[in-house]
Design a binder for this molecule. Structure first.
Ligand SMILES: [Zn+2]
Length: 178
């Protein structure tokens, strides 16, 4: 089941790594279901074989497939599913809502933060905690420069003189005080 903040909800299929999307859909269709289009969320977690199955659905069944997700992990490496999507997709769009790094620059890179420290090694998938426990793993989007400097917000806030970017306004670094 998926639901939105405005109260809409709709049943959905959970995609495990062993689910054959092509076979699943064909089975649905032969049981009389109609499928107008398919929406795949968190598509970066799909296996590349599953992305191939989606392409076959588009080409042979003429059903549109819309995939949503992120491109790269906290190590700046493409997720296998995202990589295959880039290779096969007909059209790719970057969402217009662009998040900002704590410095105000456009945030383009994902950081994994554990105990306030940015981590650049480890397994590709660790689900983050959105709760208040600050020891938990969480994810933060940073500009490329602060990703390179391994400077998430917590580091910027706890350091008196964070390594400034060349075009950094300086005092505005921690202007929001959070
Ligand atoms: Zn930044």
């Amino acid at each position: 089941m998926i639901s939105s903040r405005i109260g809409l909800s709709k049943s959905a299929t959970g995609v495990s790594e062993h689910l054959d999307l092509w076979a699943h859909l064909v089975r649905d269709l032969t049981h009389g279901h109609t499928v107008d289009f398919i929406i795949c969320d968190e598509a970066q977690f799909y296996r590349s074989e599953q992305i191939d199955q989606l392409a076959r659905i588009v080409d042979e069944l003429h059903i549109d497939v819309f995939c949503f997700g992120i491109m790269a992990d906290f190590r700046t490496k493409l997720f296998p599913g995202s990589k295959r999507l880039v290779e096969l997709c007909d059209r790719m769009e970057t969402l217009q809502v662009s998040p900002l790094c704590w410095c105000g620059q456009r945030a383009t890179h994902n950081a994994r933060v554990v105990n306030g420290e940015m981590i650049v090694e480890g397994s590709q998938v660790v689900v983050g905690d959105t709760g208040a426990d600050k020891d938990a793993v969480h994810y933060e989007v940073l500009c490329r420069a602060h990703h390179r400097l391994r400077a998430p917000r917590s580091v910027a806030n706890s350091t008196l003189s964070p390594e400034a970017l060349p075009d950094d306004p300086g005092p505005a670094l921690t202007a929001d005080g959070s």
